[in-house]
Design a protein around this ligand. Structure first.
Ligand SMILES: [Fe+2]
Length: 403
């Protein structure tokens, strides 16, 4: 605590902890307007945020020192809008410019911090947290907090399966090394559109086979077959991990090859079918009207599982979908009552299809390209991969929080 109080910077992990705790925080984001509009820092509740592009603050420049310029601009035009009773986090794309902004704010008497590495570091922050710990079994929920992407590492008897690994596969390798388990299987619940799968790369690094449903090994819009090595997932296929059995359920709707995995008949890795607050959208393959009825049938099938089945989803849209431990997990019994998409899935097919087609959010252009990457059709550079992954996922139906 001491150390944090004296520091003038926050790392991505500290930002996550403040957001998860719901601490009072104000963000001064100095990226340009387009960048700001496409992606902001979000918390459990609203995080008050002001966007003042840094180049505007340089326009007063008669100063040699950039901190003097920022301080003069902020004192003249922005100071009234900034809180005296909350921490202010200065944010830019990489954390270099915002360092001067934070210093200018401190000069004006504010309790200001710089976000080290900027939104780039925030976007690449991963949280590993145990969501199940029972005897020799441990399930880690891996959350890429800024993007709302979730993945899982299920370990039993020193063996592990990784479900939906995200792009930075070194994080999984470090966990395996630290915890002393061996990654034996890598499974993707579907061909992802919103993020680059770490599956093939993790397979290459570990020698473990990578599996995908063959329906998702075709680019749905280009209609080109995937150029990658994969093991076939299909309905009813089982995997043994230590003493545990993982069973595949083919639940098409979000994609044609969408699969969920049921471990020990009680932990449901639902991929992009059921989320905590919502359900997956059916239109990212360009066939929303055709796939929505499949989605209805698949969700109905999942609704037949027992109430105590623990749902472990592939995404979240808001940090406040997490429980008090910051975990995204809930019993199916609760979700069948509280999740609007599941309430609708329990209704007749026509009504469900009408509902879902009326609730589709925007279709981000880059998703078409991300699907190409995940099918092995293009190999982006690291810089291009980061660019494709900017922003939050929109795999769920339109934001229930915004109505
Ligand atoms: Fe998805």
């Amino acid at each position: 605590m001491e150390e944090r109080a004296q520091s003038t910077e926050w790392r991505a992990r500290e930002l996550y902890e403040h957001l998860d705790a719901g601490d009072s925080l104000f963000v001064l984001d100095v990226r340009n307007e387009d960048e700001f509009e496409s992606w902001k820092i979000e918390g459990r509740g609203d995080v008050p945020t002001l966007n003042v592009p840094y180049y505007e603050m340089l326009e007063v420049d008669e100063h040699d020192d950039v901190v003097d310029s920022f301080a003069e601009y902020l004192a003249g035009k922005v100071v009234e809008e900034l809180p005296r009773d909350a921490s202010i986090l200065a944010v830019c794309a990489k954390g270099d410019t915002s360092e001067y902004v934070a210093e200018a704010l401190r000069r004006l008497g504010f309790d200001a911090f710089n976000l080290v590495g900027g939104t780039a570091a925030w976007g690449d922050f991963y949280r590993f947290a145990p969501v199940v710990e029972e005897g020799s079994t441990k399930v880690w929920q891996v959350s890429r907090s800024a993007r709302g992407c979730l993945s899982y590492v299920l370990v039993d008897g020193g063996e592990a399966v990784v479900i939906d690994p995200l792009r930075h596969v070194d994080r999984y390798l470090e966990l395996a090394e630290r915890e002393g388990f061996e990654i034996r299987r890598i499974l993707d619940t579907h061909g992802h559109a919103d993020h680059i799968s770490g599956g093939p790369k993790l397979a290459a690094a570990t020698g473990a086979p990578y599996a995908l449903h063959p329906y998702d090994a075709i680019h749905p819009l280009d209609v080109l077959p995937a150029r990658l090595e994969y093991d076939y997932l299909k309905e009813g296929r089982t995997f043994e991990i230590g003493a545990l059995t993982l069973r595949s359920l083919h639940v098409p709707g979000h994609t044609l090859g969408q699969v969920a995995f049921l471990a020990d008949e009680r932990w449901l890795f639902s991929g992009d079918s059921i989320f905590i607050d919502s359900i997956a959208r059916p239109d990212l393959g360009g066939r929303g009207e055709t796939w929505a009825p499949l989605h209805h049938a698949a969700l109905r099938r999942l609704l037949e599982l027992p109430d105590e089945t623990l749902v472990l989803p592939g995404h979240f849209a808001h940090l406040d979908e997490a429980d008090a431990r910051g975990l995204f997990a809930a019993p199916l019994g609760r979700l069948r009552r509280e999740n609007e998409g599941l309430v609708m899935a329990a209704k007749e097919r026509e009504e469900f299809v009408r509902y879902i087609l009326a609730s589709l959010p925007r279709f981000p252009e880059e998703y078409v390209e991300i699907k190409r990457v995940n099918a092995g059709l293009v190999q982006p550079s690291e810089a291009r991969a980061s660019e494709l992954e900017i922003g939050k996922n929109v795999c769920a139906l339109a934001d229930v929080h915004d109505g």
